[in-house]
Design a protein around this ligand. Structure first.
Ligand code: ARG
Length: 578
């Protein structure tokens, strides 16, 4: 079924063409003054400028030629705005068998890089946005017909690994892992737990900052690990396994899922190919013992430093590993685009990596490398969110805080276990919705009361609205009331719901264009609010006019359909009751 608004836009396009003018894109906008009409076309002005004519005359001509089958009222206002009100009958016809459907496959292959935490370190609030935005963007892209592979590019290979192994060695010097002459399998009791890793890592990291010798020891271990020396490599595998299991547990609470977990260690396999490629490209230079690649351009406003391909110590940099990842993704996976959902503060790193990729022709110009930076979650002081004592707040602690707040909103008639389960869903919804609501690139402030407000622009309000509509349909079914046809509306609040529903496709497209879920979260709020006004103003189930009652029930299913699918795109779960 063709989108209603697209049909109307095509009609306008036809009218314009029949006047002998030429336009590529005709866009109808939602009217900002609903009393003037449902939608507005404001292209007459641009056309008039081009043709040196009066915009009102142009608007008049368009209106005259326009197929007005679906139009109730059309006016020309101001300098040449065309305001359109659709016929109720046209809306009813369109929505009667409407269902929001996934788009056809567009044959665009995308690799998405999001989440990407570092192994052995506790996930903290800073890891929330990449996972949330990335997961939702993936679901949106799939809905719109893209083929997506989601990769969790975990940091499992650099110095942090050497540090944690060193600290384990200090703590358990007798472990077989550290016995160079040991040749057997490693005893199961010599194993790390996630708690131990998360506890030891900060200790190791602090020691390394203060103690040059300690740091040197860690470097040596990192080197042994990177040469896959027995013992160290085996212990590393255990560490990664334990840590990934914990990361998976937390991500599953957030409904975040991946296709691959190809982290830095995996990419390391391609590092030599990349280095060789760059050396052959003639772009490398030696500077202070390091191998570098210049990526600055003459028109740069900010200085873009060279890519450090091989450090003077012989180690490779974060840039090199990312280049190796691109090497793999573009050679061994079918991909047209790679999207990186990473903190804004890494923008420069990606600028360098992308420039080096294109400049060296390691990737073709047709391949799109897209850095999708996001802003941070800040505390009320405007600085990145911290615990009361100034530490970084573990993600799980944050999730529990929100859970405590949401449990207050749940019906006290439910059993404790039920309330607990619902609170799990609601708290994740509150957190995710708040995280996706601001435009991607902007920072936002963590405000627990605001995020959990039952009457605000929140995940809780959204779920409450959907749950209430769902329970209406449940009652309808229990009472064996038929609901097949949307054939009548009263023409006020019910009509507003249909008009809001007309926007869904443009919202999805806009969201993809800007790669920001903010358009969807905002729309879901507007849509739910419109539906709730209708719900509150009418007694749907006891409406005497049976045809109207049936239509209203069907209208409710349309709201549920769109709201549920969009909520699912956001990777927010909907409870049965709350
Ligand atoms: N592990 C990195 C960090 O925690 C983020 C990785 C982002 N992705 C990438 N391909 N570099 O900062």
């Amino acid at each position: 079924m063709k989108d209603f608004i697209i049909i109307q836009e095509n009609n306008i396009k036809e009218a314009i063409k029949s006047l002998g003018y030429d336009v590529d894109i005709v866009k109808l906008n939602v009217s900002s003054v609903p009393s003037l009409g449902d939608y507005q076309y404001n292209g007459s002005m641009a056309l008039a400028k081009e043709l040196h004519q009066n915009p009102r005359d142009i608007a008049n001509n368009i209106v005259e030629k326009l197929d007005k089958r679906d139009i109730e009222k059309i006016t020309i206002d101001g300098p040449g705005f065309i305001n359109i009100t659709f016929k109720n009958e046209a809306l009813i016809n369109y929505f009667n068998d409407y269902e929001l459907k996934e788009y056809e496959n567009n044959n665009i292959n995308v690799v998405m890089d999001y989440g990407s935490p570092n192994v052995a370190k506790a996930l903290h609030v800073g890891h929330l946005r990449s996972a949330n935005i990335g997961e939702a963007l993936k679901r949106l892209a799939k809905f719109l017909g893209y083929n997506v592979i989601a990769d969790n590019y975990i940091g499992d290979w650099g110095r942090p690994m050497g540090l944690i192994i060193l600290e384990l060695k200090k703590k358990h010097p007798d472990w077989k892992y550290f016995d160079e002459n040991y040749d057997g399998d490693y005893p199961v009791e010599e194993t790390v737990t996630n708690e131990e890793l998360e506890y030891l890592y900060p200790i190791a990291s602090n020691k390394a900052k203060e103690d040059e010798l300690y740091l040197e020891e860690a470097r040596i271990i990192t080197n042994k690990l990177q040469h896959k020396e027995k013992g160290y490599y085996d212990l590393w595998q255990r560490i990664v396994e334990v840590s990934i299991n914990n990361i998976k547990r937390l991500y599953s609470k957030l409904n975040v899922e991946y296709d691959t977990w190809n982290g830095e260690a995996y990419s390391d396999k391609f590092v030599n190919d990349v280095i060789e490629y760059f050396k052959n490209s003639g772009l490398t230079k030696i500077s202070d013992g390091a191998t570098i690649v210049d990526v600055a351009k003459s028109d740069d406003k900010l200085e873009i430093p060279p890519v450090l391909l091989i450090k003077s110590s012989g180690a490779v940099s974060y840039e090199t590993t990312d280049l190796a990842t691109i090497w793999d993704r573009t050679r061994n996976m079918k991909t047209d685009e790679i999207w990186y959902v990473v903190d804004n503060r890494q923008a420069l790193h990606f600028e360098q990596v992308f420039r080096a990729s294109y400049k060296s022709k390691m990737v073709s110009d047709n391949l799109k490398l897209d850095f999708l930076g996001f802003g941070t979650m800040n505390g009320k002081d405007g600085k990145p969110f911290k615990t009361r004592d100034g530490g970084v707040m573990p993600l799980e602690t944050l999730m529990n805080l929100v859970k405590e707040e949401t449990i207050k909103k749940i019906n006290t008639n439910f059993s404790d276990q039920e309330r607990e389960n619902i609170a799990d869903i609601l708290s994740v919804a509150a957190l995710k919705y708040a995280d996706l609501l601001p435009v991607r690139q902007t920072d936002y402030i963590f405000d627990i009361e605001k995020f959990c407000d039952l009457n605000g622009k929140t995940g809780i309000y959204l779920l409450y609205s959907i749950v209430r509509a769902n329970s209406l349909i449940k009652k309808v079914k229990e009472n064996n009331i038929d609901f097949n046809n949307l054939s009548k509306i009263k023409g006020s609040q019910d009509r507003d719901v249909l008009i809001k529903l007309l926007q869904v496709d443009s919202v999805l497209k806009k969201s993809m264009e800007e790669k920001s879920l903010s358009f969807i979260t905002d729309y879901l709020y507007q849509l739910s609010k419109t539906y709730n006004s209708f719900y509150d103003a009418n007694k749907i189930l006891i409406e005497n006019d049976e045809i109207l009652r049936e239509s209203w029930i069907v209208l409710t299913t349309k709201y549920i359909d769109v709201a549920t699918k969009l909520t699912n795109i956001l990777a927010i779960e909907i409870p049965d009751k709350m």
